[in-house]
Design a protein around this ligand. Structure first.
Ligand SMILES: [Zn+2]
Length: 442
């Protein structure tokens, strides 16, 4: 393995209170030293950080769907982690709604084996709360944890009943495993496909009220209080949900939440035209919700930005709007959208972006990463905050290209990604062809 000296980058490492131009020495897969004017020991490859680029702890996406086993025509573990490193993510946590569902050690180990074979981003499997995610019988949480799961969720669906949620929190709390919930009351959601409101009415599409999410968030916050165990709210999308999380935090309840780029960028106005790449669950909301999420990201109520990367084949997304599957790909658009719409827009600074996309996901899932501390694994993202980027679905590394952002011109991208001291992605447009060694993903 090569050792690297990243020279003269702006290092933004909020966990260590650092924001300055300096050097980062990587040896034997760990951060050996961070400081100014470091010299490269023999055999170290010097990587001059391009002007304007920012060196941060590796970004961690705690909500992705890798589709393997079972739906490899949409994404495999290998194509998913290729997409991840190209998007600046050094680690991803993958939801259990594969086929079969990841409710047993054998599925967890299968995913981890595929991730080791690919050797790109780290993969943290999330196990199911209930057997088959059916909401009837609690999964073997201890077995899942022993096999390598960092959390449990029935994502795709909510944890079905309050009693099941209580039991999950009790067991998971004892075992120190995080419970992540996709909050949605199935009876209120019904067969809705978009947010219930004026746009849905105008377009003749069946609606899902924001309250379908909020009722479930309130339930989970209440039960996290009852069990004194942590709960993490997946893809929070409404002002009312955020209010419930804020109130829980104020009462000392262990509740955290994540927001997706599509929910802080788009509103249900994007549904005009019936592009099925605007169909996701939770659905795109009105501007009032979008603005509340942005406020929550700025004031610290929102803990994490994650993607809900949900690859679907073009043939499936080509179905009529109410039959097409929910979800969009997100790994390769999250950094440009966050830099453009939040950082350059003045909503947050780079340090807060690193908290939302690295520090907090690592802390909440209790996985390595989130800092450039000496001795920590050398998982590093080099951002190019001023790079002009045009999203082009044809160049995405993901096997699927279902994105509503095709053709968008944004400011900010990724220059390089280092995982465990290995350069796994370089953006040749930023690093040049000669100055940096080649990487498995380019
Ligand atoms: Zn979900």
């Amino acid at each position: 393995m090569n050792n690297y000296l990243l020279k003269n980058g702006r290092v933004v490492d909020p966990a260590n209170g650092r924001d300055e131009v300096c050097d980062v020495l990587v040896s034997d897969g760990v951060i050996a030293k961070v400081g100014q004017g470091l010299t490269a020991p023999d055999g170290t490859v010097v990587l001059d950080v391009p002007a304007g680029c920012v060196v941060t702890p590796g970004l961690i996406d705690m909500h992705v769907h890798l589709r393997e086993p079972g739906q490899e025509h949409k994404e495999t573990v290998r194509s998913g982690v290729t997409s991840a490193v190209a998007g600046g993510f050094t680690a991803v946590a993958c939801m259990p709604n594969t086929t079969p569902v990841n409710d047993s050690a054998s599925v967890t180990r299968y995913i981890l084996d595929k991730a080791a074979e690919a050797g790109l981003a780290r993969v943290y499997p999330i196990g199911a709360v209930s057997v088959g995610s059916k909401g009837e019988q609690l999964a073997e949480i201890g077995e899942l944890k022993a096999a390598g799961c960092v959390a449990i969720s029935d994502d795709g669906h909510p944890v079905r009943t309050a009693l099941m949620m209580r039991r999950a929190l009790e067991y998971a709390g004892m075992l120190d495993v995080l419970v992540i919930d996709h909050c949605e009351d199935p009876t209120l959601k019904g067969d809705g496909v978009v947010h219930e409101g004026a746009v849905a009415t105008a377009l003749g599409l069946r609606g899902i009220p924001g309250e379908a999410e909020e009722i479930n968030v309130e339930r989970d916050v209440t039960l996290a209080g009852l069990t004194n165990a942590p709960v993490h709210i997946a893809h929070l999308s409404t002002e009312g949900s955020l209010r419930a999380v804020r109130q829980g935090k104020a009462r000392g309840i262990q509740v955290t939440c994540e927001v997706m780029p599509h929910h802080f960028v788009l509103t249900d106005e994007a549904l005009h035209g019936y592009d099925t790449n605007t169909k996701m669950n939770p659905p795109l909301r009105p501007a009032s919700d979008r603005d509340a999420l942005i406020q929550g990201i700025a004031d610290g109520s929102v803990d994490v930005i994650a993607t809900d990367h949900a690859p679907h084949h073009a043939d499936e997304k080509a179905l009529p709007y109410d039959q097409a599957p929910f979800g969009i790909v997100g790994l390769e658009t999250a950094v440009p959208l966050t830099l453009d719409r939040l950082v350059h827009a003045g909503v947050i600074d780079l340090a807060r972006m690193v908290e939302l996309m690295s520090v907090n996901p690592a802390r909440i899932m209790k996985v390595p990463g989130g800092s450039l501390s000496e001795g920590a694994p050398a998982d590093i993202t080099v951002l190019a905050p001023d790079l002009p980027v045009t999203i082009d679905r044809k160049t995405l590394k993901s096997l699927s290209t279902n994105t509503p952002f095709d053709g968008w011109a944004l400011r900010g991208g990724v220059a390089a990604t280092v995982v465990g001291g290995r350069l796994v992605y370089r953006n040749r447009q930023v690093t040049g062809l000669e100055a940096w060694p080649s990487a498995p993903v380019e």
